[in-house]
Design a binder for this molecule. Structure first.
Ligand code: GLU
Length: 446
């Protein structure tokens, strides 16, 4: 059976490094096995779901290159959920309850006070028809709970190994709210069934849900998918990532920072594996080495510098061909330029700074104590044409004529030629700066 996975975000907010991670994991899992990736918008919450968030999610995924083979919206499938709810009612597994949130709260407090677990007591199952009618006549509308079997549900998790959920310790989950709208639990199962999802890969905040959902699959006589629950990200302080921190790391914000999408893909794919995340240039390459079983069970510490490290590593190995268009758009289309500056980049946009250093104007820096040396260097500039060997022959000459070496030799030249103490290899920069500008700068002119 073809592997089919789904990424099922709720369009009630933006994707960030935490809730965007299952998108990458699911996509790689599918692609590494020639499978299908479904994008499903879990938009049953009509109040909180917006078109704007849905568009944002599509944009983020397109930016990452996570193409989908099918797109579904739960808001277009209500009749499927109604049909499933009907089946569950007929099977006696979905029952109406009339407690108000206040009443439920009081029940919970009483249970806790008596040292009992705050599990729903199923009082609604004991209501007679007359009692129900009376409640309805009072204007109460039921919410509907799924009746769990008092059993331990067990599955072999793709990431966690053997998992057991004791359903006796769970409240019967509410599937339908008082206003007739669906909570996440049932639509998710119905869709996974009807879309032939073979593997459900999601955060381990859903592990308990899975226990209840497996019972729903069984009640609907559906084939069970495999499940994989990945661990959640925690901040550098060891606590779950705060809303504020996640807000800084929405995919939209990361994109606006100028980060390469593959740096994000690599980070999200390899966080939590024992492997140090290596920047890879393409999703295909990443999919090749992808093995979901390598994801660990422990919480994953997210360090923001990791994105920078990966982004830099990625740029350092990006060939000119891959960035030709982007360079051209910025008027910097030159293979030699790219070769010269890529080892110095953290963000692609940093290339513009080096372009400026080459093109000028730059303010040459010539320390008084180096003035004679720089004048001698000017006189010793090799004849044209200049190429990659010009720097070496020039500095070899200067080494023997002045006796300077190391930093004493290079730094005054770097400062005069670029106005900066650091930067790309001068051997690569010098031919790009060219004789005319080099002569001017060594003479102290901008
Ligand atoms: N909409 C759910 C969420 O974002 C989907 C969970 C799942 O993958 O089943 O948490």
């Amino acid at each position: 059976m073809t592997v089919t996975v789904r990424f099922a975000p709720s369009p009630t907010g933006k994707l960030h490094i935490g809730n965007g991670r299952p998108a990458v994991l699911n996509w790689l899992y599918a692609k590494s096995q020639g499978g299908t990736f479904i994008l499903r918008l879990d938009d049953t919450d009509r109040e909180r779901s917006t078109e704007e968030y849905a568009d944002g999610i599509l944009e983020d995924l397109a930016w990452l290159g996570l193409t989908h083979d099918a797109l579904h919206r739960q808001s277009e499938r209500f009749e499927r959920y109604d049909a499933a709810a009907q089946r569950l009612k007929q099977a006696g597994r979905l029952y109406p309850c009339y407690e108000t949130p206040d009443e439920l709260d009081r029940k919970r407090k009483r249970q806790l006070a008596r040292g009992l677990p705050p599990v729903y007591d199923r009082a609604a199952l004991d209501l007679t028809d007359e009692e129900r009618e009376k409640l309805e006549a009072e204007g109460r509308r039921p919410h509907w709970r799924f009746k769990l079997e008092p059993e331990t549900v067990e599955w072999d998790d793709l990431i966690l190994g053997s998992v057991r959920v004791d359903c006796k310790s769970l409240s019967d989950p509410v599937l339908i709210r008082e206003d007739g709208t669906y909570l996440y639990t049932l639509p998710s199962v119905v869709d996974d069934m009807e879309m032939n999802v073979t593997d459900v890969i999601r955060g381990d905040d859903h592990t308990t849900n899975t226990g209840a959902q497996i019972q729903i699959f069984n009640a609907l006589e559906a084939r069970l998918p495999r499940f994989g629950h990945h661990s959640m990200l925690i901040g550098p302080d060891g606590k779950p990532l705060s809303k504020r921190m996640l807000g800084d790391y929405t995919l939209e914000a990361i994109r606006a920072m100028g980060v390469e999408p593959m740096a994000v893909n690599c980070m999200l794919a390899l966080l939590g594996t024992a492997e140090a995340a290596e920047p890879l240039l393409s999703l295909d390459e990443l999919a090749k080495g992808f093995d979901i079983a390598k994801l660990g069970r422990g919480q994953i510490r997210f360090e923001a510098q990791e994105i920078e490290r990966l982004n830099a590593g990625l740029l350092h190995k990006t060939p000119y061909e891959a960035v030709k268009t982007r360079l051209a758009e910025r008027g910097m289309d030159s293979p030699e330029f790219w070769e010269a500056v890529r080892p110095n980049l953290t963000l692609f946009d940093g290339a513009a700074e080096w372009w400026h250093v080459i093109e000028g104007p730059v303010e040459p820096v010539i320390e008084p104590e180096d003035a004679d040396f720089v004048a001698e260097a000017l006189a010793a500039l090799p004849g044209e044409p200049w190429d990659g060997s010009t720097w070496k022959s020039w500095t070899d000459t200067l080494k023997s004529s002045t006796g300077r070496k190391g930093k004493a030799l290079f730094m005054p030249l770097r400062l005069a030629l670029t106005g900066l103490r650091h930067g790309p290899e001068l051997a690569n920069l010098l031919p790009l700066i060219g004789p005319e500008r080099a002569k001017a700068r060594l003479s102290g002119k901008t």
